[in-house]
Design a protein around this ligand. Structure first.
Ligand code: PLP
Length: 385
């Protein structure tokens, strides 16, 4: 089990300096050394989110912790929200908003297809919506939502734009300022290649200033409490609670790794690998769920060629080739394969292993040309060699 090539769409394998941090002795989550690390992490997060006047929070928890903190802090009971629902995680945004008693409207579209922007505009213009929520990279369908267009519509009608960047942060470009994203959350365990456990959050500072503290009915997930501790205990313990120092230092090492590689180069690496996956798999008869122009470069979601069973393919990859990919979830259960190429797994070796192994399985029952698919993968990944 531990030897498998882990190519599910997160968590990603934890490697190198990031893994080493997990084996280090624990240190205090306060004091001089901690403070320096904490400040450095905040600075790197601001750069990663590309939000200049952001307040950033390394919340302890899964990505959902970031979502709940944003909902709890920025929305109150009478507020309305609008959700782009075209995949499992879009629907999840809605579920979380519902759980907090927020009146929520959804713009539905077929899973894997972009939202109808006229309908988004209709809702935003006809009632006051406090926030528009959307998933950047929809991990269930392998598509990206039109962030720039959604951000501009939200702002035009005075709504906040809140974004789930769980499977994009550290892999796709995420220029929050340019796309008018006001609040954004990610997770440590996907394109950042760090262990699960940190949900990085960024919120535009001016928005937090306008929140009435009496409206926020929470403590740990109340970002204003995080601000208070940053202010009051800022010289030794800038966060409200204990944080696992191993998980935190691993996360910091992951962020440093992003900037050592260079953010642009890293995004380009994911773009190259994403395109190469799609083209080589198409050449063997697979079909992406999303149109090429909407595809995410961190996760590939494909239907197998006619007559080939997705669940069986997934099983064979694991049993015969030691490669772990994911199957479909929700509406796409049993219909697709989902392959993560996130952070450390956005590389040529893993790509060739997947294409070669899928090719060998397909060859048993179809006329597939595996060598030509491998050539497509290699020639499209030239920049990575
Ligand atoms: C787009 C997206 N949003 C949210 C989540 C949930 O993340 P977590 O399990 O860390 O809460 C995932 C996990 O796969 C995801 O891909």
């Amino acid at each position: 089990m531990r030897t498998k090539r882990l190519l599910i769409p997160g968590p990603s394998p934890v490697e190198g300096k990031i893994a080493e941090e997990m084996a280090m002795p624990a240190v205090p989550h306060y004091g001089k050394e901690w403070l320096e690390a904490y400040r450095k992490t905040e600075e790197l997060l601001q750069r990663l989110f590309q939000m200049r006047k952001a307040k950033v929070y390394p919340l302890v928890g899964p990505g959902h912790a970031g979502l709940e903190a944003i909902v709890i802090t920025l929305l109150k009971q009478d507020d309305k929200a609008l959700v782009i629902d075209n995949g499992f995680f879009g629907r999840r945004l809605r579920e979380v908003l519902d759980a907090h008693g927020i009146e929520t409207f959804s713009i539905h579209s077929r899973w894997g297809s972009p939202p109808d922007m006229r309908r988004v505009e209709e809702v935003l213009s006809s009632r006051y919506v406090r926030a528009l929520f959307a998933v950047h990279s929809e991990t269930s369908t392998g598509m990206v939502n039109p962030m720039r267009e959604l951000g501009s519509l939200a702002h035009e009608y005075g709504s906040l734009f809140a974004v789930d960047a769980v499977s994009s942060i550290g892999g796709l470009d995420l220029p929050c300022d340019e796309w008018k994203i006001d609040a954004c959350f990610g997770a440590s365990q996907k394109c950042l290649g760090s262990p699960p456990g940190i949900a990085p959050v960024a919120v535009r500072g001016s928005i937090l200033e306008s929140v009435d503290p009496d409206d926020v009915k929470a403590w740990y997930f109340n970002l204003l409490i995080w601000d208070k501790y940053r202010e009051d205990w800022g010289s030794w313990h800038p966060q409200p609670t204990t944080i696992s120092t191993n998980v935190f230092f691993a996360f910091k090492a992951a962020l440093e790794g992003v900037f050592e590689e260079g953010l642009e180069k890293r995004v380009e690496r994911h773009r190259t690998v994403g395109r190469a996956y799609r083209e080589s798999l198409r050449s063997m008869g697979f079909e992406t769920v999303a149109q090429e122009e909407d595809c995410s470069d961190t996760v590939t979601c494909v239907r197998p060629p006619p007559g080939v069973d997705a669940t069986e393919l997934q099983k064979r990859l694991g049993e015969d080739f030691d490669i772990l990919v994911a199957g479909g979830i929700g509406e796409l259960k049993g219909e697709v394969l989902r392959i993560g190429h996130m952070g450390p797994t956005a590389n040529l070796q893993d790509l060739l292993a997947v294409v070669g192994s899928l090719g060998s399985i397909l060859k048993e029952s179809t006329e597939v040309d595996v060598n030509s698919a491998l050539e497509v993968a290699t020639s499209m990944s030239k920049g990575l060699l």
